[in-house]
Design a protein around this ligand. Structure first.
Ligand code: PEP
Ligand code: MG
Length: 897
């Protein structure tokens, strides 16, 4: 096996093996961009290390060979005391995990070579600054020493000398720091800081391998659904120096604004600084415009390169670059992360610029991004008191209590509170707090700081660089410099990630422009946006993308709705029918009593009378729904839930009766009757009991009532000139005989109504697949059934044997923490188990009836990953709650291209 690739040997499609960073460095080398020489150790070597606890034997020799090649090319040797070659050792997995894994810069410096570097560069301060950085990074990442020990020492020295920042430190200060740092290393480990350059490099490589499995990396992967077994590559690259003085610096840039999607480059630059300073938010940064003034030659070259990268990758790219004494070097590029709004705008811009097709544009956006754009925002004209305005780093409107640490954030969130994590600056250790927070606010750092990058990736509202705030995490206070006020943990604030504003208290929120668009149409959204150009462009982009998604999609999207209002809303959201109308929802509220009468009826005649009373109500409901969905299919499901849901709780009633008896009170006859009925109907496992089709077989009067109500409502609509398309769906089928029994009864009633009314109604009759047995015998069922709809809520429950009502708070969180689940199987379809039943049920069903229509109406119908799966097994439609319809439309389109 080959474990090491020179940058010249790879390309951008080798991310599995070389990681994203390695693959893209190689690609840039092929594009003849200025990349410092180096090589990449493969993810395969990492996987070997992780499973064997040691590097593969051949690795050492391979690394030596590639190192020698670099030394040759550079005319320097690693750690040479006279003229040292210095290296960076950086992690880089297939999927970007910003700040989650380790990087060590300046490998090759020691007590001797630091002098060589000083002499060669003619810059002593720079050499010692680089050495202290090496010790600091190496100690923290490779030797696992608490990083605070070093930053505390650094700040203490700055304080004693009265400096305002790192740039004030002299060569002598840095030499002193190096001594102090070496002392810290010796005290912490019992050994001196390693002086052998090759040993430094080997230890750093191992540390990068190990960093794949740090706690924060695991949390990040779970959140982002990145598999745990990929491993990371290691990139070893010749150092170039942004800390050589005023003509040097380092920066991060985007080919378009990743936050709004504005076309035109965007970036942060730090003079006289090295790599991590920019993302760590150590100092506040300059913009690229400033760089244009400082160093027009490098700036122009950078612009040129960014243009080329965009054309090459046909997407927004982000880059890391360093300028060493006026010479530009590219250290990294990748297709850049962006906000949801930017994703939509960039996608349509790229279409207009001829870089991608309209179909490809829909794949550049996701259902999650669309979801985040549907979130509410702060009311435009609500009263509010501004605390400060800083940089908008990740959009949204977040209201919550101030917390300062992961522990506080997690504790308060667990109690149901919304929290805003407030930090001086964030580092990767803050991830757990960011995961549970509604928003993140930092006092330092730019739009490319760690907090900003991670928050954007997670869709968290984030404001950074609020310099007016003095955050004292240990004391638990935020001092507002301009006003002298103080915020404490628990105080409520509101942060606007779109404008960068921070407010006292809870500011009320309103519908977002995209929500107005999906619910009221383009005109209404544009009108609401007024002269806000960014918002208008965003809304137009979403419209173009969704229109294209509908065009590209193979599957239809229907909605689950059981009243005329929801049906009308679903239609506005773009639903092409109703996939599930849960009729039992029509029996709630004051109608519950009518069902009670049905259950309590002493004779068949009384029962029939009780059912008869429901008839006009049901018919009216259906008529309203058919009208709202005029011309589109409406699947009406026969009553499904266990009857006890319509009766008062047995235990409570028994206690009530016993209490009355004990007090010598008269127990009303009705209460006694109810208790008797509730006791009779009691089931230990009601979800596995008398529900679904079993109920229709037990009390056939329900079938008569409901089917007649559907058919008569259809007739009433036809008389009004409407075009209703009802279908009848029988739930919880396990046997073809169950289906036939109820379907025949329903067909007879439809025929009766057709005869009575003179209308030909053409009402399809189908069934739900919610039990594994139904999926197994699907061929037989389909011989008589016109359509299937997978009820993946029950199918998940019955396949796993989990109670869908209990597991969410019980063991699913534990299962996720233990890595048994990535996500709850009730949220995203379990492809290999439940999904396999869906595939099998579909195949077998179509064998039994080639014209069978197949859909899904469980909660999974609106889940992006699940929608892709349902497309892949050939379903005809997904049905989901009205609010998720736009997301399902987008995903159905994406799945098809
Ligand atoms: C299902 O089981 O997936 C379904 C849609 O039915 P309900 O949620 O009403 O049981
Ligand atoms: Mg069900």
């Amino acid at each position: 096996t080959k474990f090491v690739y020179a940058f010249t040997e790879g390309n951008k499609d080798m991310k599995d093996l070389l990681g994203g960073k390695g693959a893209n460095l190689a690609e840039m080398v092929h594009m003849d961009l200025p990349v410092p020489p180096g090589f990449t150790i493969t993810t395969e070597a990492c996987r070997y290390y992780l499973s064997n606890g040691q590097e593969p034997e051949e690795l050492e020799a391979e690394v030596t060979r590639h190192l020698e090649a670099v030394e040759e090319q550079m005319g320097k040797k690693l750690g040479d005391p006279e003229d040292p070659l210095l290296l960076s050792v950086r992690s880089g997995a297939k999927f970007s995990m910003p700040g989650m894994m380790e990087t060590v810069l300046n490998i090759g410096l020691n007590d001797e070579s630091v002098k060589g570097l000083a002499a060669q560069s003619g810059n002593e301060r720079f050499a010692w600054d680089s050495y202290r950085r090496l010790i600091q990074m190496f100690a923290r990442t490779v030797l696992d020493i608490d990083g605070d020990l070093f930053s505390d020492a650094l700040h203490a020295l700055q304080k004693v000398k009265g400096y305002s920042g790192d740039l004030d430190m002299t060569t002598a200060d840095l030499q002193e720091l190096v001594e102090q740092f070496k002392g810290i290393v010796r005290r912490a480990t019992g050994y001196p800081f390693p002086q052998n350059p090759r040993r430094q490099m080997n230890l750093a490589i191992t540390a990068v391998f190990r960093s794949w499995n740090t706690e924060r990396a695991r949390i990040y992967r779970r959140r982002e659904h990145i598999p745990d077994d990929l491993g990371t590559a290691v990139n070893i690259c010749t150092m170039v120096f942004g800390n050589m003085g005023e003509k040097s610096g380092t920066g991060v840039a985007f080919t378009r604004d990743p936050s709004t999607g504005h076309s035109g480059v965007y970036g942060d630059y730090l003079v006289n600084a090295q790599g991590e300073d920019v993302v760590a938010g150590i100092r506040n940064t300059l913009s690229l415009k400033d760089l244009e003034q400082l160093d027009p030659v490098s700036y122009n070259e950078l612009m040129d390169i960014m243009k080329r990268l965009e054309n090459h990758y046909r997407d927004l790219c982000d880059i890391e670059f360093t300028i060493q004494e006026g010479k530009l070097w590219m250290l990294q590029t990748r297709v850049g992360k962006r906000t949801a709004a930017a994703a939509f705008r960039v996608a349509t811009q790229l279409v207009d610029e001829g870089l991608i097709s309209a179909e490809e544009a829909i794949t550049r956006t996701t259902g999650e991004q669309l979801t985040s754009l549907l979130f509410p925002q702060f009311q435009r004209d609500a009263q509010r008191t501004l605390i400060t305005k800083a940089m908008a780093a990740s959009p949204g409107a977040a209201v919550g209590e101030v917390v300062f640490s992961n522990e506080q954030a997690e504790a308060r969130a667990a109690e149901g509170a919304k929290v805003i994590l407030v930090r001086r600056e964030t580092n990767p250790d803050d991830l757990p707090g960011m995961v549970v927070a509604a928003g993140v606010l930092t006092a330092r750092g730019g739009k490319t700081s760690h907090a900003a990058v991670v928050a954007r990736g997670m869709g968290r509202t984030c404001v950074v660089g609020a310099e007016d705030l003095l955050v004292e995490e240990k004391a638990g206070t935020v001092f507002i410099k301009s006003t002298g006020q103080t915020l404490r943990a628990g105080d409520v604030i509101s942060i606007d990630g779109t404008t960068g504003e921070v407010f006292f208290g809870a500011v009320p929120v309103e519908d977002s422009p995209v929500m107005i668009y999906v619910s009221q149409g383009l005109e209404a959204a544009l009108e609401a946006a007024g002269d806000d150009v960014d918002t208008c462009e965003l809304v137009r982009s979403v419209d173009r993308i969704l229109t294209q998604a509908d065009k590209s999609a193979r599957m239809h999207v229907r909605a689950n709705a059981d009243n005329p209002e929801d049906a009308a809303r679903a239609r506005e959201f773009g639903a092409q029918g109703i996939g599930l109308c849960r009729t039992e929802h029509m029996f709630l509220g004051e109608r519950r009593e009518l069902i009670e009468h049905v259950i309590l009826a002493a004779t068949p005649e009384l029962q029939e009378a009780a059912l008869g009373a429901l008839m006009p109500l049901q018919r009216g409901d259906f008529e309203g729904i058919f009208e709202a969905m005029d011309g589109l299919p409406v699947v009406v499901r026969l009553i499904d839930p266990p009857l006890h849901e319509f009766l008062p709780d047995m235990t409570k009633l028994a206690v009530e009766v016993a209490t009355m008896e004990a007090r010598g009170q008269q127990v009303p006859e009705h209460t006694r009757t109810l208790l008797r009925a509730a006791t009779e109907r009691h089931e230990d496992n009601p979800m596995l009991g008398l529900r679904g089709v079993r109920l229709s077989i037990q009390i056939p009067g329900f079938v008569d009532l409901q089917v007649r109500a559907v058919a008569e409502a259809a007739v009433a609509c036809r008389k009004r000139g409407l075009d209703p398309h009802p279908e009848i769906m029988i739930p919880l089928i396990g046997s073809d005989k169950e289906f036939r029994l109820v379907a025949d009864r329903a067909r007879k009633i439809i025929a009766d109504v057709e005869r009575e009314s003179g209308y030909d109604l053409d009402i399809a009759i189908g069934n739900m697949i919610e039990l594994p047995r139904a999926a197994i015998i699907a061929e037989k069922i389909a011989e008589d059934s016109e359509f299937f709809s997978f009820g993946t809520n029950d199918l998940t429950q019955t396949t796993w044997g989990f109670s869908r009502d209990d597991v969410e708070h019980e063991f699913i969180p534990t299962y996720m923490a233990e890595g048994i689940f990535d996500t709850s199987p009730f949220e995203t379809i379990d492809r290999e188990g439940v999904g396999e039943l869906v595939r099998m049920g579909t195949e077998r069903g179509r064998k039994g009836n080639p014209n069978l229509t197949v859909g899904i109406c469980g909660e999974h119908g609106g889940d992006p990953a699940s929608v892709h799966f349902f497309d892949s097994v050939g379903l005809d439609y997904v049905s989901c709650s009205p609010f998720r319809v736009p997301v399902a439309r987008l995903e159905a389109g994406r799945a098809a291209v």
